[in-house]
Design a protein around this ligand. Structure first.
Ligand SMILES: N[C@@H](CC=O)C(=O)O
Length: 312
């Protein structure tokens, strides 16, 4: 696991946001998690962010260290592993005490929906960093979650390493809050935060550093190729690659992105994720057929692309 990180790491790899594998009695399944991690690393992904898709919101703090340690044991020396913390202040305090004695260079603060105020969020983030010594990626899902000026100050202080930006807009190229954040901290510190499709406008229009995604867990080589095409400005190639992800993304959008991804990774054959922690449930069995078809098609495209790259 990487223990020292430069800002440029945000652009080096897609930040994969994997689901988390459990046994039927809701214990950590280290073999299945390792299988998914090896699939990602074999496809060229070197950054793993365990957050929303791993249902970290619902992990008991008493078991926070279990899953961290099992993941750390499973990743390559060159992989950047990012655990998530929060979202509420109580979890931030308890998890800061656990992370203080570990080697994670950065953690991600999950977004708090309510009750919170922008100044209260800033206070909580500063408090976490002063307790743990671990700087944060701040996950922003709502407009003005943290005022851009305050974010600039947190970056200058070294409390904030970067931003995962996922505020939905009717037109993602029209976003004054995102522009304010770029002006305050620089586009090189911000990643697009909700999958391959929004990454297109975020990287072409706003030149964000990179993106986080869930479907990358099935098709890491293709998602990395998409990142590279976006970074070099090859929009035609990026559009071609994006098409491959759209059938599964459409099912995720209709039926809950986290639940569908969890089930899709299992049904694709990449690794069996087992059950998902309460308060979530796996995808409805009535849609398993369509999930399986889309997930297996995405995996088949991935393996073909890998073979073509190896033969070239
Ligand atoms: N929610 C996005 C990216 C992760 O945060 C996805 O799952 O594609």
């Amino acid at each position: 696991m990487l223990t020292k990180i430069e800002t440029s790491e945000l652009a080096r790899s897609v930040l994969a946001v994997p689901p988390f594998a459990l046994t039927p009695d809701l214990e950590v399944n280290p073999d299945a998690n390792a299988k998914l991690i090896r699939h990602l690393e074999a496809g060229g992904v070197s950054t793993l962010l365990y957050g929303g898709n791993a249902n970290v919101h619902n992990w008991p703090v008493s078991r926070f260290a279990d899953w961290l340690d099992s993941l750390e044991d499973s990743v390559a020396d060159s992989t950047w592993l990012i655990p998530s913390v929060g979202p509420d202040w109580g979890k931030l305090v308890d998890e800061a005490a656990i992370l203080k004695s570990r080697r994670y260079p950065v953690a991600m603060a999950l977004p708090m929906i309510a009750p919170q105020t922008p100044d209260g969020v800033v206070r909580g983030l500063e408090d976490f960093v002063s307790r743990s010594g671990v700087p944060l990626i701040v996950y922003i899902k709502t407009d003005q979650y943290v005022p851009a000026k305050a974010m600039g100050r947190l970056v200058e202080q070294g409390a904030v390493f970067g931003i995962k930006y996922a505020v939905p807009r009717t037109d993602l190229t029209q976003d004054s809050y995102l522009q304010e954040l770029i002006d305050a901290v620089g586009a090189e510190r911000i990643v697009s935060g909700f999958g391959e499709p929004p990454a297109f406008p975020h990287l072409t229009h706003f030149k964000l550093a990179g993106f986080t995604a869930g479907c990358v867990c099935i098709a890491p080589h293709l998602s990395m190729a998409y990142l590279h095409a976006l970074k070099r400005g090859d929009e035609a190639e990026a559009k071609r690659l994006l098409e491959v992800f759209l059938p599964l993304e459409a099912i995720r959008e209709r039926h809950n992105a986290i639940r569908v991804l969890h089930t899709a990774v299992s049904l694709s054959g990449v690794a069996d994720m087992g059950p998902i922690l309460p308060l979530l449930t796996e995808a409805d069995p009535a849609i398993h057929g369509e999930i399986k078809e889309a997930a297996q098609a995405l995996l088949a495209a991935e393996m073909t692309a890998r073979q073509q790259a190896a033969a070239a």
